[in-house]
Each structure stands twice: as C-alpha cells, then as structure tokens.
Ligand binder design. Sequence first.
Ligand code: TRP
Ligand code: SF4
Length: 341
Amino acid sequence: MTSANNGSKKGVIFSGMRPTGLLHLGNYIGALQNWVELQDDYDCIYCAVDIHALTTVESQADAAAIQSNIEDMILDWLAAGLDPERSIIFVQSHVPEVMTLHTLLSMVTPLGWLTRVPTFKEKVRQMDETEETVNYGLVGYPVLQTADIILYKADTVPVGRDQVPHIELSREIARRFNNFFGDTFPEPQAKLTESPLLVGLDGQAKMSKTLDNHLDLAASREDTAKRIMTAFTDPQRTTRSIPGRPEVCNVYSMHKMFSPPTAIGPIYDECVTATRGCVDCKRQLAGSINDFLEPMRERRRKFESRPSYVREILEDGGNRARAIAIRTIEEVYEKMGLAQH
Ligand code: TRP
Ligand code: SF4
C-alpha cells in the first residue's frame, strides 16, 4: 500500500487507542473485534496515541509508563488479529507531522467548538480543574485527534458512541479548512460498533480497568476462570433454591455473547426453575470465554517468543504512515502559502 487508498477498498479507516496497557474483553468487543473485521473492506490505519495520553501526565514516571504500555497493547492488537501486512499499525509520536498539522488546524478551530465538547467538560470536572486552569493540550485534544485522522485523509473512523462528538468536530474542522484553503481533506465519518456494551463482572454497565471489573485478554485460563467466579449474579438469588432472573443477571448476558446459541435456552430454563446453581453457571461461562480467548492467547504466545517482533512492526508501520503524512503536509503547506524547505 503506497497511497492512503489503493482504490480497491471502500475507503480509508483510521482509529486510535490510548496506550493504557493490557486490553480487556470489553475493549475487544467494543472496538478491536470491529477493527479486525474492517481490514477486509478498508485500508486500515491503527494508531497507539501516546501524545494524547500525555494530556493527563504530570511526571516522568507517568510518561515512561505510557511507553511501556505500548508494547502490551500492540501485542493484544496483533493477538486479536490486526494484520500488519494489510494494515498500518504505528505509534502516534513516530510521525511528528501530526503535531505540525495540529498547529495548523488550530488556526481554523474556534475555541467555542472545543469548550463545548461534552468529553471536555467531563474531563475538566473529573480532574478537579476549571476551564481556566486546565491545560491547553486538553482543550486541543480533539484538534490533535482530527490531525490524526485527516493527516492520512481517512474518511471513516470506527469509534464508540462517546467519541461521536469528537468526530463531528473533525468534520467541522476539515470542512472549515477546505472552505478557507481549498478542497484538501475528506470529512471523516464515525462508524459505530454495533455490538452491545459488555457489562462488568460486578454488574456495572461497563467493563473497565479503572472499575477493576474486567477480564484481560492476555490472562491465563486459570486467572480468567477465577475472576469469573467472583462475578455478581441476580442479587435476589441468595440461595440456590430461589429461582433466578436471567434478564437481570450479568452472567447470563455474557453467556448470550460467548456461549453456543444452543446452550442459551437451557441456561435460561434451568435458572428460572432453580435447577441450575450460579457456581456451575459461572464455571460454564468461564469455559465459553476461555474457548473464545484461546486463539488470541495462542497468537500472543507466538509473538511474545520473538522479542523484536513488535518493534519491527511499529517501525515498518511508522515508515509507511510517515510517507503518507509527509505528502499531506506538503499539500497543506502549499495551500496555506507556507514555504517548503
Ligand atoms: N480519543 C480517542 C479515545 O479516547 C482516541 C483517539 C485518538 C482516536 N485519536 C483518534 C480515535 C483518532 C479515533 C481516531 O478513545
Ligand atoms: Fe445468573 Fe446463571 Fe445464577 Fe441464573 S443461574 S442467576 S443466569 S448465574
């Protein structure tokens, strides 16, 4: 793939994840699985966004943690089936042109567009900051995200629902640039993942590492089973003789996603007639989830046995991404009347 779009595919996909370390099953269902499938129909570019991760860092140790998280995350990507032969897999900071584009896009981005974004307001509140004290970098987060996407002239961005306002903003920024300086960028479109949100082991609406209710993709069979055995079930079912309510049970909702379709009817019936205990039910779920994860673990082991593998993938991905980026920056320089050097 020499250009961003080789013409035989539906378009160019770009998506990014902050390198938070090992990924969990919720990340897989919510994003990664979709990323893998999109490789069949699109030219895909997937990025570990380490510069975005710096928006919340206040020490060298925090910053170093981001870099060590990258390798863990990329191994999970590869284990899940991202294919470095077909897709560009790279680290954001390896292509410094994104920071050039970020600066230039900031010239066409009204401040009000940024302070209005719900994720911005939310973050400011979470961090105990105000709109006066918060770092400029956090205000510009969606501008950098826009630069990520349009540097590669990507037109389609697979993201979760929470990111939709960011992609809307990307469209507006791209449109404004085009209006001012001539048609340059496609207006990127969000592509939502259709899979339902994966619940946490504790029954909370969302599986998340911060809530510690998650299942790591790379965990062993034993650890996975052990964690599943701690999952919450129907809270009214305090003893085995009380019939359960699968529709409020998060173990049941995971069965529906990971157990064979033919097993779901019997699980339901046995639960509501109290002929199935929650311990057995969870053991069965652990089996299903472990079977689901096994091919990923297998691939991960293979990649882990080649220590320089991830580095090589990222170097190659970085080179391919950079070749596209340099051409875009040349075009932008020309459109904005900046001197080439
Ligand atoms: N902001 C995204 C998130 O927090 C990560 C991200 C950065 C991204 N750049 C991107 C997503 C470009 C899609 C496209 O999840
Ligand atoms: Fe949930 Fe299974 Fe227990 Fe029913 S038997 S409440 S589905 S864990």
